[in-house]
Each structure stands twice: as C-alpha cells, then as structure tokens.
Design a protein around this ligand. Structure first.
Ligand code: CAA
Length: 370
C-alpha cells in the first residue's frame, strides 16, 4: 500500500524508473542523448496538452518523472524541469494563440529546448532589482542587459527574458519577452565551471541592442514579475522532485553498501541503522510534501506556500542525505568517482537555484502572515 499515490502514479513511477535505469547515461557531456530518448517518449512535453503536441498528463505525473530521471542523472533532471516548467509553461499559460502555435509543438516534442532568463549579477534573490532594459521602438522593443546563471544557456532554442521598461515602477515595470536563440544581439557566454550538475550548461546571456518584435512580448507590459513568480511556483516543485531523486539515490546506494558489508560478515552498527532510519523517514515526509504541492497545482489553486515548503524540505534533505551517507560509507565514498560524491555536489545547487531556501522561507512566512 502506498499512501499518497494512486495506482496510476505507482505505475508511472515504475515506467519512469525503468526508463531512467535502462536508458539514461551518466557521462560528463551535455546529455543530448538522454534528452533525445526522453523526447522520443514524449517526456519533454509530459504535462503539455495533446492539442499542443504534449502528452496531456497531470503535473504530479511529471513530478514523478523528474524524480526518477534525477535519481540517475540530475543534470538531465534539471534541464528537463527548467525546459518544462519555466521554459514551456510561460507560453502555455501566458502566450497568445500565435505564440502557442509557433512554439508549443516544438517544445513539447523536444525539438526545441526552453530556458528562463531572470537572474542577474545584482538581482538573484531580489529578482525585482533586475536592470536589463526594454525600450519600446518601432514594431517592438530593444533589450539591453546581462543575465547570469542561465540553465541551458547557449543550448536552448527559446528564452523567456525579463526586462524593465520603467525601473521607477518597481515590479510593475517588468515585462516578459520570448527571444529565439539566433536573434542578433543575443550572446551566450562560456559554460560556468560549477561544483556539480556539470552536464547542464549554465551561462551568462548578454542582450546587446537585441530587437524583439511586438509579437514576441509575453503578456502585457508590466505583467512580467507576476508571470515570473507564478511560473517559479511550479518550477520549485520540479526542483523539489530533483532533490527527492538525489536523496533517494543516496539512501538506496547506502542501503546496498550496508547489505554488501553484512554479506561480507560485518554487522551494521546501531548508530548507522539509526541514521538510515532517520533519513528514510525524512525521505517519505519529503515525498508527501512534494506530491501534495503537485496536487495543489493540479487542482488549479495557487501553490506558492506548498511549493516553497516542498522545495526547501526536499532539497535540504538531498544535501543532508548525501552528507550523512558519505559519513556512513566511509572513506571509499569520498572518492571523486563514487556516486555519493556526485549526489552531494549536484544536491548543493538545488538548495540555491529557483530561489534559495532562505527565499522559500520568505515566501512561506508571507503566505502564513497574509
Ligand atoms: N504568483 C503570482 N503573482 C505573484 C506571485 C505568485 N506566486 N508572487 C508575487 N506575485 C506578484 C504579485 O502581484 C505581487 O504583488 P501583490 O503582493 O500586490 O499581490 C508582486 O508580484 C510583488 O510580489 P512581492 O512583493 O512578493 O515581491 P518581492 O520583490 O518582495 O519579491 C521574492 C519576492 C519572493 C523575494 C522574489 O523576488 C523571489 O522569488 N526571489 C527569488 C528569485 C528566484 O527564484 N529566481 C530563480 C531564477 S530561475 C532559476 O534559478 C532557474 C534555473 O535556471 C534552475
């Protein structure tokens, strides 16, 4: 019996686990093959309606997919999550019919990769402080500025870019634009050398006198900040699922290791068994938070509080689980080629991106005090 997931969810998890374990690789290059295999199964447009080339599945099923992919290759997990929830949903939720026709089928079928360009050097946690400008010109807008830490920068085909049209208006001055990769004036920097998630390209993105036609504005002028925040609600549940995948991978690895030790005649210390029990209980609690957040989103309700709780709890657990499991498995686990080392390095970023876990606490407490 599995409290929380109906039979459909359990079957989906089995399908995704089989896919991830048998089809995904864990090399060190951009995971093009993994993404191609995911696209062939419709996984790059899983919660996108069939009308637009997707699979028309619910958000909870998509979350199970991200969890299982991330258990094997969390770089592929974050690329898929960003592509879907902040790369494709912007057009599904806020696009005009023309924008939907132009972009959704390609994105949902994985022929195009989507990305989200909000963060700047001086506007990470304080997203409203962004300084990229958009000036209205004949037939459209001219964008100037520089975005940083853009997931799939240089690899993506379409970016949702946020710029201010009037900094005096604060959040109400921000507008969203769809920018295609070959637009003159769009320049992606070199991939960042990160501590983890090394297969996912993270780059700077410069916008130099970049012209965006009127038809590529997303939503109304001034709607950009609310668009970004509402997309991040869904995006954060995806990152929470990535945290679940990583935490589960660390715990599973350690259980296998302990069993091998026991088969070799060593007994598991009480301290070790207590630590494993704690992690397993926190893992089940994290799953409930993540699946609940997805269910709230599926119900069409605002899920800011639930998403932030899930993201904070599951990604903190991902780091704690990797850290504790390295302790439990000893020196062997600290080798660079040991999977636990990769889980630890990959998990660290999940606490930081799509809003650091301190930002999640701000979102949660503001919702509580509203
Ligand atoms: N849904 C809809 N509208 C929302 C919203 C939501 N969840 N949250 C805010 N808004 C709108 C509302 O209109 C709100 O006005 P009202 O309060 O009058 O309703 C308006 O936005 C302003 O909201 P706030 O007052 O809460 O704005 P703030 O400036 O205080 O910022 C913040 C709040 C939570 C700190 C926000 O800046 C934030 O989330 N920061 C973190 C940014 C972030 O997550 N960046 C991630 C980058 S993408 C990434 O990392 C992806 C990747 O590559 C992996």
């Amino acid at each position: 019996m599995s409290f929380g997931l109906a039979e459909k969810g359990l079957k989906k998890r089995e399908e995704f686990r089989h896919f991830a374990e048998n089809e995904l690789d864990t090399g060190d290059q951009f995971p093009r093959d993994n993404l191609q295999k995911a696209a062939e199964r419709g996984y790059l447009g899983y919660p996108i309606p069939e009308q637009w080339g997707g699979q028309g599945e619910d958000f909870l099923s998509y979350i199970l997919l991200i969890e299982e992919i991330s258990r094997i290759c969390s770089s592929t997990g974050v690329i898929t999550a960003v592509h879907t929830s902040v790369g494709t949903f912007p057009i599904l939720y806020f696009g005009t019919d023309e924008q939907k026709k132009r972009y959704l089928p390609g994105l949902a079928q994985g022929k195009m990769l989507g990305a989200f360009a909000l963060t700047e050097a001086g506007a990470g946690s304080d997203a409203a402080a962004l300084t990229t400008t958009a000036v209205a010109v004949d037939g459209g807008y001219r964008l100037n500025g520089c975005k940083v830490f853009i997931t799939s920068g240089g690899q993506a085909d379409l970016y949702t870019v946020f710029a201010t049209m009037d900094s005096k208006k604060g959040v109400k001055g921000i507008t969203a634009f769809l920018v295609e990769k070959d637009s003159p004036g769009l320049i992606a920097g070199k991939p960042e050398k990160k501590m983890g998630l090394n297969r996912s390209n993270t780059t700077e993105l410069r916008l130099e006198d970049l012209f965006v036609p009127m038809s590529s504005r997303l939503g109304q002028e001034g709607d950009g900040f609310a668009i970004a925040m509402s997309l991040l609600d869904g995006g954060r549940i995806g990152i929470a699922a990535q945290g679940l995948g990583l935490a589960g991978a660390s715990i599973d690895y350690t259980i296998r290791y302990m069993k091998e030790q026991e088969e070799g005649g060593k007994t598991t210390e009480q301290g070790v068994s207590f630590a494993l029990a704690d992690l397993a209980a926190r893992f089940e609690a994290a799953r409930l938070l993540v699946y609940r957040a997805a269910a709230v989103k599926d119900a069409g309700e605002r899920c800011s509080k639930e998403a932030s709780m899930a993201k904070m709890f599951a990604t903190d657990l991902a780091v704690d689980a990797a850290t504790r499991c390295i302790d439990l498995c000893g020196l062997n686990a600290s080798r660079q080629d040991n999977p636990l080392t990769r889980y630890f390095c990959d998990a660290k970023a999940t606490q930081i991106y799509e809003g650091s876990n301190q930002i999640q606490r701000i979102v949660i407490s503001r919702q509580l005090l509203k």
